[in-house]
Design a protein around this ligand. Structure first.
Ligand code: AMP
Length: 221
């Protein structure tokens, strides 16, 4: 199974991505996580990416497209993959097609922006693993510590309110057009049995994490 998780920052893509990857035995490829690690270890990619990420801006397309192409060519991705945070705009989506990266499903998680602002301000992350917590909905067992390693949790700089507002703006302008793009591709399947475009579904990301997970599994079964 090869799928794209679409949705604004803070709708719970990362959390649900883990459930999906575990259930279907596929690898999760989160461009955000890869970039955050590159920033942390101050690699050449990280030094460039940091400038954009801290401002809530998108990292240049060519850099991100190369990351995805390089990762997906690894043997672990043969069984399938879940793209979380990629593509972020039409250019990236088209570059993915040209690179022969195949997608079976596009799943959009939808949450109103005021709820996203509420969530991101309570989000904490364990950088080395990418594990995500929410101080209200999914708190760590011990305050500010990762459940598995006991290492400290961090608030992402780009989760600060002003940055979140900027990121939501960018989502509206650049990423949201992907919804119509994939909806129209999905409709082409109905016109001909020959077509094999990704199936598209939008689900609500409101409610308990478990309920959202069930909505997703219902679509993917
Ligand atoms: P995320 O964890 O997916 O919200 O990504 C965090 C930040 O990483 C974004 O605000 C962007 O600066 C950068 N980023 C992640 N994925 C992409 C992408 N596909 N294209 C451009 N920038 C990205």
């Amino acid at each position: 199974m090869r799928l794209i998780l679409l949705g604004a920052p803070g709708v719970g893509k990362g959390t649900q991505a883990r459930f999906i990857a575990d259930k279907f035995h596929i690898l999760q490829l989160s461009t955000g996580n890869i970039l955050r690690l590159a920033v942390k270890y101050k690699t050449p990619l990280g030094i460039i990416a940091k400038r954009y990420m801290n401002l809530g801006k998108l990292v240049p397309d060519d850099l991100v497209i190369n990351i995805v192409k390089e990762q997906i060519s690894r043997p672990g991705y043969k069984n399938g993959y879940l793209l979380d945070g990629f593509p972020r705009n039409i250019t990236q989506a088209k570059a993915m097609n040209s690179a022969g990266i195949i997608i079976d499903y596009v799943l959009e998680i939808n949450v109103p922006f005021d709820e996203i602002i509420n969530r991101t301000s309570n989000r904490r992350i364990h950088y080395p693993s990418g594990r995500i917590y929410n101080l209200h909905y999914n708190p760590p067992k011990n305050e500010n510590l990762d459940d598995i390693t006991g290492e400290p949790l961090i608030q992402r700089e780009d989760d600060l309110k002003e940055t979140v507002l900027k990121r939501l703006n960018i989502y509206d302008e650049q990423t949201k057009p992907l919804i119509d793009y994939y909806k129209s591709l999905s409709k082409l399947n109905l016109n001909s049995k020959e077509n094999n475009y990704p199936k598209y579904k939008s689900i609500s990301g409101l409610g308990a994490i478990k309920d959202i997970q069930l909505r997703i599994f219902d679509f993917l079964k």
